[in-house]
Write a protein that binds this ligand. Structure first.
Ligand code: BMA
Length: 335
């Protein structure tokens, strides 16, 4: 396996099978009734007859007098009858109060056997890790598992496969790749959601033609007749990029990729879309954001009609929706 990656990727376009919701963004800071700055990277699921969204809300930490709108984070909650119009609940729903923990963010929701599970990232004073919690009411969460550092972007499959729970994840080893990001997508399984093992590499950054930096899971996978449809985030870096958003320099672009995994052996990739499913093009993805040119799916729902709703954070600032037909998504992976 060659590890050399292209220095630049060049212009990228979204797939023609995808349609952005014309009313995007579907959730933005002005929709949130408590201190909001940036509302993005949400987990979304259909649960007990309605859509539920847990979103990341980054806000300025007044105590630290930071100029950035994003010095700390809580997780907000919203419900919807149609998956488009959202009712944000009056207060944030999740956080961990512990001196070791700086913040929790990037929630991902999966329903397994009628129970709701949430994977999330945790910044701690000793590294970044992933957690899995379960809840019945989105008020009380029981934490079932946390990883060692450094790991992030965990997502659960919506059912057991071969008698085991399965997750995708993105560890970020600093030693292996010469100090570069070069992070990959891994797959692990568990008998009980608490103890995880059988970890193996699923997809390497070098396997994605539109990435030269890092990749990782995005929304939790969705079951189809042909396999598990799984989105991933793909990052390319270009040293010629400069200021683009709040920070003095932002050299990365985040696109959404799509792959198809074998139903019984999800560590087997059956196909992958050759081009990004979504690349930053719309103004809310490319301009006036905290970090422009970032698309990060966190929720994917297959409706009975065959429509697939893909929820994604745009420019680390707002939450958006795009749709496609499941048959077109499968074709993209298999052609
Ligand atoms: C990653 C995470 C994501 C974020 C992305 C782009 O490292 O923090 O939550 O969307 O960067 O800023």
């Amino acid at each position: 396996m060659t590890m050399s990656l292209p220095l630049t990727i060049g212009p990228l376009k979204s797939s023609s099978v995808i349609t952005r919701y014309p009313g995007n963004p579907i959730l933005q800071p002005s929709d949130v009734p408590y201190a909001p700055s940036l509302v993005f990277n949400a987990g979304v699921a259909k649960y007990e007859g309605r859509y539920v969204m847990v979103f990341r809300n980054d806000y300025a930490d007044e105590a630290n007098k930071t100029m950035l709108p994003a010095s700390t984070t809580n997780l907000g909650l919203a419900f919807s009858d149609d998956g488009i119009n959202w009712e944000v609940q009056p207060k944030p729903c999740f956080g961990i109060n512990d001196d070791e923990i700086i913040r929790t963010y990037d929630p991902r929701l999966t329903i397994i056997d009628g129970r709701c599970y949430m994977c999330f990232a945790v910044d701690t004073r000793h590294g970044v890790l992933g957690g899995i919690a379960t809840t019945e009411d989105f008020e009380k969460f029981d934490i079932l598992h946390t990883t060692t550092p450094d790991n992030r972007n965990m997502v659960l499959f919506p059912e057991k496969i071969g008698g085991k729970y399965v997750r995708l994840e993105r560890p970020f080893p600093v030693y292996s790749r010469g100090g570069k990001d070069r992070f990959d997508t891994w797959i692990s399984d568990s008998p009980d959601l608490a103890y995880w093992g059988n970890s193996r590499l699923l997809l390497g950054v070098e396997d994605v033609p539109y990435a030269n930096d890092k990749i990782g899971p995005a929304a939790p996978p969705v079951k189809t007749s042909k396999g598990w449809l799984a989105t991933f985030h793909a990052v390319d870096r270009d040293e010629n990029r400069g200021k683009n958003g709040w920070e003095s320099s932002w050299k990365k672009r985040y696109t959404a990729g799509l792959m198809l995994l074998d139903l019984d052996n999800p560590h087997k990739i059956i196909g992958m879309a050759k081009q990004p499913l979504l690349a930053p093009e719309a103004p809310y993805e490319t301009d006036n954001g905290f970090r422009n040119d970032v698309i990060f799916p966190g929720g994917m729902i297959l409706e009975d009609s065959g429509e697939v709703k893909i929820y994604y954070g745009a420019a680390d600032t707002v939450e958006c929706l795009a749709t496609a037909h499941v048959d077109d998504l499968l074709k993209l992976c298999l052609e």
